[in-house]
Design a protein around this ligand. Structure first.
Ligand SMILES: [Zn+2]
Length: 265
């Protein structure tokens, strides 16, 4: 499935359930669909699971109890992810068939389907209209604004940043790193088109950039450090170099650093 198709399914769900204000009530959506919510203590490794029970004629969605979780935003994301398996048609077909053949374990392991469910979750938790109104009359958001949006819609900062990078018209790159090592990154369509494919050598964070400084210093969590940097630092193999703006902050509760690189015109 293409990103736009997944986005459309999420839009339809939001519209059908009349979700117009923050945050999106993922539990309410599940209930309104007749999905049974089963929360409990399933251990730290467990994030969520949806099963179809033919004998009961219904779906059951297992998830950690948000009130007991250290990261309620993560529980919301997990529930939204499981709803992706419910709403995306070929996922649901597998669920319905999987329950009959008891092969749901294979289903959960399929990486493409997992990515699709993640994309659905991101599109559901931060609706397109929220991004659109934030970007009205302008083309970019700062990291501070992305963090504010994450708070408002009760999602993790990382998923809000990734959602923004996928939605943004401007050239920007979102990077998640830990102890000087890049864990994950995504370039906006425009950034990829301009040749900003990630080539930082050995996936090391360059020395001296804001990302390195918030990682080494004792800056408080969610304190943003920003500076202009030359693109050569992050993209040494790119032929034509240019100025970038880099915002970075340490994410609360983890040692991870979230970075937003924007191409200044
Ligand atoms: Zn899944």
């Amino acid at each position: 499935l293409k990103t736009v198709q997944i986005e459309q399914v999420a839009r339809d769900v939001l519209e059908a359930h009349g979700c117009v204000t923050a945050p999106v009530d993922v539990f309410g959506i599940a209930q309104a669909e007749g999905i049974e919510l089963a929360s409990g203590e399933f251990g730290d490794e467990f994030s969520g699971r949806i099963e179809y029970h033919a004998d009961l004629g219904k779906f059951i969605l297992f998830h950690p109890e948000p009130a007991q979780s250290q990261y309620p935003a993560r529980v919301r994301f997990s529930v939204a992810h499981e709803l992706g398996h419910y709403y995306l048609e070929h996922h649901r077909e597998l669920l319905l068939a999987g329950a009959a053949h008891n092969s749901s374990a294979d289903f959960i392991c399929d990486e493409t389907l997992e990515r699709e469910a993640d994309e659905f979750a991101a599109s559901l938790l931060i609706p397109h209209f929220a991004l659109k109104s934030k970007l009205a009359g302008r083309s970019f958001m700062t990291l501070a604004e992305v963090l504010k949006m994450a708070d408002e819609w009760q999602t993790s900062a990382t998923s809000a940043a990734l959602r923004y990078a996928k939605f943004a018209r401007e050239a920007c790159i979102v990077i998640l790193s830990e102890r000087g090592k890049v864990l994950y990154w995504v370039a906006s369509e425009e950034a990829a088109a301009l040749g900003f494919r990630f080539v930082a050598r050995d996936r090391r964070v360059p020395v001296g950039v804001p990302t390195a400084l918030v990682g080494s210093g004792d800056l408080v969590q969610n304190h943003i450090k920003g500076a202009g940097v030359n693109s050569e630092l992050w993209f040494p193999d790119r032929y034509r170099q240019t100025d970038l703006w880099e915002d970075a902050c340490r994410l609360g509760g983890t040692g991870r650093i979230l970075t937003l690189l924007s191409l200044s015109d």
